[in-house]
Each structure stands twice: as C-alpha cells, then as structure tokens.
Design a protein around this ligand. Structure first.
Ligand SMILES: *Cc1c(COP(=O)(O)O)cnc(C)c1O
Length: 451
C-alpha cells in the first residue's frame, strides 16, 4: 500500500472550539498575585490592558470554549493546517521510526501566531477598542497582529526588540505593509524604555522590556489595549486548535504519537500541539511523552526556578507562578528570536512541575544543522525556532533506533524561515556561536530578583 505523506482535514472537520486544559489538570495552577500586597488578584486588575472576554478566558475553568464565527472565517483561509509524514526525512536518517509534522507556517504570518492574533484582534474590536499595542521579538508576532488588527479596523503600535529590528528589516517592512507602526525597543517613548537606556544606552532589548513599553502605553488610554503573543493562558488556549486537528489527523493516518515535540519560547505553540494529547494521557490513559525544546542560552524550563515572577522586566504585570530566569534576564543574541523570553506560561509550568511535560535544551548550531537537513529532505526551510523541535525529533528517532524500537514522533513545525535568511547565512558562514548558560549563572539571575 502506498503511504500517504500528506494528511488533510476538510473545512467541515475543523474543530469549532478551543480546548482549556485547566479543566483536566489534577493540580490547578497557583493564582496570579498583586505584586504589592501579594494577595491573589481578581480579573479586574487586568482590565486596564486587556478586553474582558480575554480576561475571562485567562481564568476560565470550562473545558471547551466556542470559537466565534468571524474568527472561524479567517481560520478557514489557512486551516485546517496540513500534517505531513516526513517520509524522505525518515529515509535520509535511515530510521525505523515514523516522523510526522504539523505545519503552521502556511498562513500570512508564516507561523502559528496567526491563530491567537486573529482571536485577540476580534475580541478587542468587539469591545470598542480603537488601538492596540504589542511587543515582538523576531517579528512573527508583530506581523501576525498587524494583519489581524488591520482586518478588524484597529490601529497597531509594535515595540520590536532592538536587536531583531536591526537584524530583520524584512519583518518590520512586512508589519508596515499591513499598516502597523513599528518602534525599536528600548525606546524613548516610554518611562520603562528610557530607564533601560539610561543604564545601558547600547541595550539590545529583550521581550521583557518591549512588553513593559507596550503595556505602559496601553494603560494610559481606555481605547488602547495591549496584546501578548505567548505565555498567557488565553494565548495557549487559542493555539489548541493545532493539537486538536493533529489528533484527528493522527486518527486519519491510523497512527498515534509516542512523542509530541514543540520548541519553547513562552509556551504557546508547544501548548497548542501538546495539550490535547496531554488530555488523552490524563483522561484516557494514553502514554504520549510531550517534549519542549528551548535554547541552552535561555534555559528557563531546564535550569530556571519555579517561583512567582513578573512577565515583563519593569514589573508591570501581576506576579505569575512559573519557571523563570528572572525578569531582568537579557538573553544572548541567538537567532531564534522567538525563544528569547525569560519565563514560561503558567499552565505549562504547572504541568512540567507535575511531570506531564519533559523539558530539553539545545545549542543553536545543532538546531540549524537539523533545520537544513530537514529542508533538504522535506523542502520547507524552517523558522530558526522550529529548528529546535526538529533537532529533538531527530534525537528521538536516533534514540529509538539505538534501542531497536520504532516510535511514532510528531513535532510542530511552528513556522517557515523565509524571513530568517540572514540567520541561515550566518550558519553557512560558520558564524553562529553556541552559548550555554550555566546553572551558576541562572542561579545568580534568579537570586537577583528574589525578595
Ligand atoms: C514565536 C514563535 C515561537 C515561540 O513562541 P511560543 O509561544 O513558545 O510558541 C516558536 N516558533 C515560531 C515560528 C514563532 O514565531
């Protein structure tokens, strides 16, 4: 029988609800705290920067949440997204294992981030908001929001991490094309930005700093709200369409994954692909191993500490219980810009603590090597972030071969790398240094913020 390499769902089969893993978690996450009183905060504390429906989703306890019709209509332009069996990659590896990937790069933003950008812009529009602010690292989130905001008639101001602003002019121009205004962060537009520039005029910026700037602007005007592209519960929720489709596609393929892999920045694409499979583990006794892969230079899950910390560097967010490197951490300038964040989503953090998630860290050169190997065999040049998931998938296949078993491996190909050509150029020029943060360095960073 000829094996099909492309597993598709029809529009009719696309899930109509997002999955909220909170409902199935044996240990619920700790509540967010007010940083001053250290008392649990209520949803109203977030109302200055987020619309009410997203705040409701942030603390929702129901298992499934309906996807609004207007959001489904935009999803249908590029969803259901394809799943592929990587036959040629398997052959080139000579593995007995089966490798599948879910491809989230086939939309206007080139990454999974469109899945939540569309939902967030929609809910803000519904509540009468006129203008949005956000941060972006590598530029994927900014591009995702730019189109979504334009579609729903909202203005957008993007604070782009300075190092990426200069490394990736292509992303900035893409955002401009969709009508967004883009400012390099740290900037002089905000008090948080000016404070960083005073102490370090050459600061490369970080996601934490850019978040502070975007939140500061949003908090000053009732018609301006802020949006975050990762980390928060409602963002992970919107991404679960990925894993729910993958469950159906695996069923179509007559297979089921032993391992599910996602790269890890703040946790949204990993949550998206894995939460529906973790539910199968919790509720139906399945035994899928769910693996996150982060850069060795930003190892919050593998070396960070589980504690209350801020989501941004200026301390404007509530305190969140998560694995963190400390909110003042400024990562090395690795090229997987989307993975340079100090913390991790609250839901994933609790799931890791409870043993439902397995965390790995990798150096960037090995990941680029894996990405180029993948491109040669499957034809898609991956986003530098996605290369971390690919490298881990190759590890799993090799490990299975050494053990003499065949495993079914599924990873999320979170985006394509067409806007990241300069990072590949550096890789080919042998100009991509490896960097690993030691446990001692991590402990020092974390100790600096412990109160
Ligand atoms: C933003 C991004 C990531 C990392 O963010 P998560 O929230 O951890 O998913 C990974 N891959 C791509 C392509 C991205 O754009």
């Amino acid at each position: 029988m000829k094996k099909s390499t492309k597993i598709l769902l029809s529009e009719k089969e696309m899930p109509r609800q997002w999955y909220n893993i909170f409902a199935d978690m044996p240990n619920k996450p700790l509540p967010p705290l007010n940083p001053v009183t250290r008392e649990p905060i209520g949803p109203e504390a977030l109302a200055a920067v987020f619309p009410m429906e997203l705040i409701r989703q942030e603390v929702a306890t129901e298992r499934y949440i309906d996807i609004p019709e207007e959001v489904l209509n935009l999803y249908k332009i590029y969803r259901p997204s394809p799943m592929y069996r990587a036959i040629n990659l398997e052959k080139a590896l000579g593995t007995k294992s089966k490798i599948y990937y879910k491809y989230e790069g086939g939309n206007y933003s080139g990454s999974h981030k469109a899945n939540t950008a569309i939902a967030q812009a929609y809910y803000n529009k519904q509540e009468g908001i006129k203008r949005m602010t956000t941060e972006t690292g590598a530029g994927q989130w900014g591009s995702a929001m730019s189109f979504a905001c334009h579609h729903f008639g909202l203005e957008l101001l993007v604070f782009m991490v300075k190092v990426s602003y200069h490394q990736k002019p292509g992303r900035r121009i893409l955002m401009n094309s969709y009508g967004a205004k883009v400012v390099p962060s740290p900037s002089t537009m905000t008090a948080s930005g000016r404070k960083v520039l005073e102490s370090d005029p050459e600061s490369p910026g970080s996601l934490g700093i850019a978040i502070s700037e975007a939140m500061e602007i949003a908090a000053q005007d009732p018609y301006t709200k802020y949006s975050l592209g990762s980390v928060l519960n409602h963002v992970s929720l919107h991404q679960t369409i990925i894993g729910q489709e993958a469950l159906l596609q695996m069923e179509k393929a007559g297979d089921y994954p032993d391992v599910v892999i996602g790269c890890f920045g703040g946790g949204s694409n990993f949550s998206g692909i894995s939460f529906p499979f973790i539910r199968e583990n919790i509720v139906n006794g399945r035994k899928t191993r769910c693996v996150t892969v982060e850069p060795s230079s930003c190892p919050k899950l593998t070396k960070g500490k589980f504690m209350y910390d801020f989501g941004d560097s200026a301390g404007l967010t509530p305190l969140l219980p998560m694995y963190t490197l400390g909110h003042n951490f400024v990562p090395e300038k690795i090229h997987a810009g989307g993975l340079r964040y100090h913390g991790a989503g609250v839901l994933v953090s609790q799931l890791l603590k409870d043993g439902f998630v397995d965390a790995k860290a990798k150096m960037q050169r090995e990941c680029f090597e894996a990405g180029v190997f993948f491109a040669k065999n499957e034809g898609i040049l991956p986003a530098p972030e996605s290369n971390y998931a690919i490298a881990a998938a190759l590890d799993e296949a090799r490990k299975a071969d050494i053990e003499g078993v065949s495993r079914t491996i599924l990873f999320n190909l979170s985006g394509h790398g067409h806007m990241d050509i300069s990072a590949y150029e550096k890789y080919f020029d042998n100009n991509l240094p490896d960097h690993e943060m030691t446990q001692e360095e991590v402990d020092k960073c974390v100790a600096a913020i412990e109160i």
